[in-house]
Design a protein around this ligand. Sequence first.
Ligand code: CA
Length: 227
Amino acid sequence: MKILIIEDEKDIVQALEYNLKKEGFEVSKAYDGLQGSKLIASLLPDIILLDLMLPGIDGLEILRRAKKEPKTENIPVIILTAKSQEADRVVGLELGADDYITKPFSVRELIARVKTVLKRYGVKSEPMSPTLKFGTLEINSDNHEVKAGGKPVELTAKEFSLLHYLASNKGKVVGRERLLDAVWGIDVAIETRTVDVHIRRLREKLGKAGKHIKTLRGVGYRFIENV
Ligand code: CA
């Protein structure tokens, strides 16, 4: 699912990018109107988040152009506006924007709106949790399937959660306590040694791909992207 953010406020873009990526979106961004307008035509995103006050070409003009082109006219658009821009917002909706959200907004609310608009368009927003791929290791969080070297690996639910958690936090050191909380739940009385036992079994099952999981003695584990 490709989403294009056209917004000149970098803080907003950053927060949106981080959270939308977490939801499985492929995020592209433009900080000015001209770049934004170009990206709409070249990327043909599945949905556009469009700020109205932009350097270069303003948001309404971008919208007008997009809606004139047969190639881009059906791309859903959510406009981002300031409270004071009510008139522009109305024009935006008349020009064919699907929804608007007023700044400051909560990222969670915006993501909910994005999903609603996509659903209205019949775009399946389900594959939001994509397959994580590292070399020959594939981790699919939709169906909990793991493949290593092209072959399926049978993991228990706990082993899958451990692998998925570590891979989602790739590069970071993850302590045993944190893994216990994340995978077993904070209320379960399990010794940290249990984590080690599960990791050992997980590594064995993964074969060569087990090298992605490094042990940091006395500290915890780290998922390495390239092995
Ligand atoms: Ca702006």
